[in-house]
Design a protein around this ligand. Structure first.
Ligand SMILES: O=C(O)CCC(=O)C(=O)O
Ligand SMILES: [Fe+2]
Length: 702
């Protein structure tokens, strides 16, 4: 371990001890390179390459310890003491903007590193900062899909005696560690680092950062003298994994992991409230989502009350299993429209959640999103789609998100938090239950029957890092107010995203578009998928140009998602590209063009940067499903990332009926030609077991 990093760890531990009021330090933070080396997931060359980014690691370490003491304050001390922790902090976390750029690796590379650590059995815990936007999707996948399997017990001590003796860990901590059943802890840290607007750090943090800087300048000099720069450039083993992973999917390892592990996060639906129960509480509404943001005071109060009831009822409900909606779909869909808006913490309906403090509202939103989310049929007439894309690209396409808009968002958030008066907060009602629930799960055993519950908790922990998810995710929307966006949609005479649909997207986070593609296109797409699957076997040996002539993708480009161990999804999927077959050939080319039109219309109301990907998914007929997941981590569009912002799913199931299954959890019927558009970071969804060929084409935009 290099001297500076070691010094940081020691100093930080002392800080932790002090803040922990004399208790041994609860959190052991190690700079990444030394950690990797000692724990054996990096070889010497890799470790030295990483060490050149010591600046970032050391900063992380300093902040980690601060976070650790924050953690100590909010969690039950005894419980925490029983859980000595080794944390790998995702090092590219932007502690503050000016330092994050110093990391020599991209977010995806760090993702790979963390993944690798995990795969080599060396990753025991992750400590995440509050800003989920900065957490790589693979880390999230790791947490949700893989972290904390039962066999992790005692891993740390067994594998790192050398590390421990090198670190002068206080004996009390060691004893605690040795007697502990589970040595893993998933910490969702509310760090002071993130308390300011954006990612700014407070002055105190900056002082620390400057101190650290001085040490690091010195350390950098030493490292350069030792020739680590050369090693850095020649970190070939890292290059290897990069290439290897990048080969497998259009967007490299991150995407590979999404495919395998269910996008941003994918966990089984372990508990679900009976949606029918909710419906009893919730007065049906004949309003569209567009109007739901403009209820009168009385309705607000009523909804507030209903939400409290729902929240309580939800908490009271224990193991409902996957209870399906018993009420008729049409009535239920209409009711769900309102509920989804409420559960997503809708900005426009924020007064509807006024009774909840931010955390409680989040808790409600997250639970609702996770377990109950349903989506309503949009009360808009099917559109005859047929305009040319140029008609919507005029002028407004170039409109940018101005400072004024930012200010308006901030103002709105301020108003929103102000409206969440402390007097309304009943800690017993919400937040403390949430904490208690988490602690209960964390303190449970890690036997396999609890495993999925833990993963569920991991999901909640991550999702809950964002306090008001709707407000946060809505920042990908261009305008602070829905009606401004609607005016734009009207002015540009949008064919797909009409103003009602824009209003729904703005106020609810989703909208539904029936007849996005024609019945004929649906049939053709469906048939082509069936052919693909049949033909894939028979064309395995054809050369690529033959396949191209047939308009077939290379068989290897089909990802069979079914497997052993089972992955989050059971479909076969294929990335579509408008330029190459089959995306360039009918019927896919026509559908892709329609998505392009959608993209252009979206661009005037959503902040998009040109990112797009498209996927064809085929669920054969053996009950294949896709576990509940979110397509992206919540994103507030403050950074240029390739985080998906908009998901758009078009269903291509001719003659779909209930017996076919395959409904998304949003309780939407995957009707032929129907498109659902939603904020990728906001809504949980899934595919329920499908017993009839089921085809969907999904596009993601960012
Ligand atoms: O087909 C669907 O309904 C959902 C597909 C999906 O969630 C995805 O590909 O991310
Ligand atoms: Fe999805």
């Amino acid at each position: 371990m290099d001297g500076v990093a070691r010094g940081m760890a020691d100093a930080s531990m002392a800080d932790g001890e002090q803040k922990g009021k004399g208790s041994p330090c609860k959190l052991l933070a190690l700079p990444g390179s030394a950690f990797g080396l000692v724990m054996g997931f990096l070889d010497a060359r890799e470790a030295q390459a990483l060490r050149t980014s010591c600046r970032v690691f050391a900063l992380v370490t300093a902040h980690l310890m601060r976070a650790a003491s924050a953690c100590y304050d909010v969690h039950d001390a005894d419980d925490f003491l029983r859980r000595p922790t080794i944390a790998v902090v995702h090092p590219w976390v932007a502690l503050c903007k000016r330092y994050s750029s110093l990391s020599p690796y991209t977010a995806q590379e760090w993702d790979i590193l963390v993944q690798l650590a995990f795969l080599r059995g060396k990753l025991s815990a992750l400590l995440l900062y509050r800003s989920t936007q900065q957490i790589g999707s693979m880390v999230v996948d790791t947490l949700c899909m893989k972290l904390l399997p039962p066999e992790f017990s005692d891993l740390i001590l067994q594998s790192s005696e050398a590390c421990i003796s090198a670190l002068d860990i206080p004996p009390a901590l060691l004893d605690a560690a040795r007697s502990c059943q589970r040595q893993v802890y998933l910490g969702a840290v509310n760090s002071s680092i993130h308390s300011g607007a954006g990612n700014d750090v407070d002055d105190e943090d900056l002082d620390d950062v400057d101190d650290v800087d001085e040490d690091l300048e010195h350390a950098d000099g030493e490292m350069k003298a030792n020739g680590t720069d050369d090693l850095m450039e020649d970190s070939s083993s890292m290059g290897d994994w990069r290439t290897d992973n990048a080969k497998r999917s259009p967007r490299g390892a991150s995407r590979q992991s999404r495919e395998q592990h269910g996008d941003a996060m994918s966990i089984p639906r372990t508990r679900s409230r009976s949606e029918g129960e909710e419906d009893e509480d919730m007065a049906p509404s004949d309003e569209t989502g567009a109007k739901s943001g403009h209820r009168g005071q009385g309705q607000e109060q009523q909804q507030k009350c209903q939400q409290r009831q729902l929240h309580k009822a939800h908490d009271a409900s224990t193991d409902d299993g996957d209870v399906e909606m018993a009420v008729s779909e049409s009535a239920a869909e209409q009711q769900q429209h309102e509920k989804l808006a409420a559960s997503a913490g809708s900005r426009s309906t924020s007064t509807g959640t006024k009774g909840f403090p931010a955390a409680a509202a989040t808790s409600f939103a997250s639970r609702s999103n996770s377990r109950n989310s349903t989506i309503s049929k949009e009360a808009v007439a099917p559109q005859n789609i047929g305009c040319s894309s140029s008609s919507v690209s005029s002028g407004l396409k170039n409109s940018t998100h101005s400072k004024n808009e930012d200010a308006a968002f901030r103002e709105q958030d301020k108003l929103q938090s102000a409206s969440v008066g402390e007097n309304d907060f009943d800690p017993e009602d919400a937040e403390s239950e949430e904490v208690a629930e988490r602690l209960a799960i964390l303190s449970g055993s890690s036997r396999s029957e609890d495993f999925y519950h833990q993963k569920q908790d991991a999901l909640n922990a991550i999702v809950n890092l964002v306090e008001n998810q709707f407000a946060f995710c809505s920042r990908v929307l261009r305008f602070p107010l829905w009606n401004a966006a609607c005016s734009v949609a009207e002015a540009t005479q949008n064919k797909i995203l009409t103003s009602e649909r824009v209003a729904s997207l703005y106020t609810n986070g989703f909208c539904i578009i029936d007849d996005f593609i024609s019945e004929g296109a649906v049939r053709a797409v469906f048939q082509r998928c069936v052919d693909f699957v049949k033909m894939t076997n028979s064309v395995l040996n054809l050369p690529a140009d033959e396949l191209e002539k047939l308009g077939l993708p290379e068989p290897s480009s089909f990802f069979m998602m079914r497997g052993d161990p089972p992955s989050a999804r059971g479909d076969c999927l294929l990335w579509l590209n408008r330029e190459v077959p089959p995306g360039s050939k009918p019927p896919f080319s026509g559908v892709m063009d329609q998505f392009t039109l959608l993209y252009e219309e979206l661009g005037s109301v959503v902040k998009l940067q040109g990112g797009r990907e498209a996927q064809l998914a085929f669920y054969p007929d053996q009950g294949e499903s896709y576990r509940r997941h979110r397509d992206a981590t919540p994103d507030d569009a403050t950074k240029i990332t390739d985080n998906r912002r908009i998901s758009a799913i078009c269903y291509c199931n001719p003659n779909w009926d209930e017996s076919h299954g395959g409904k998304p959890v949003l309780d939407l019927r995957p009707l032929p030609g129907r498109l659902v558009v939603f904020l990728s970071g906001l809504l949980d969804h899934e595919v329920r077991p499908s017993f009839h060929g089921r085809v969907a084409i999904t596009n993601w935009f960012w």
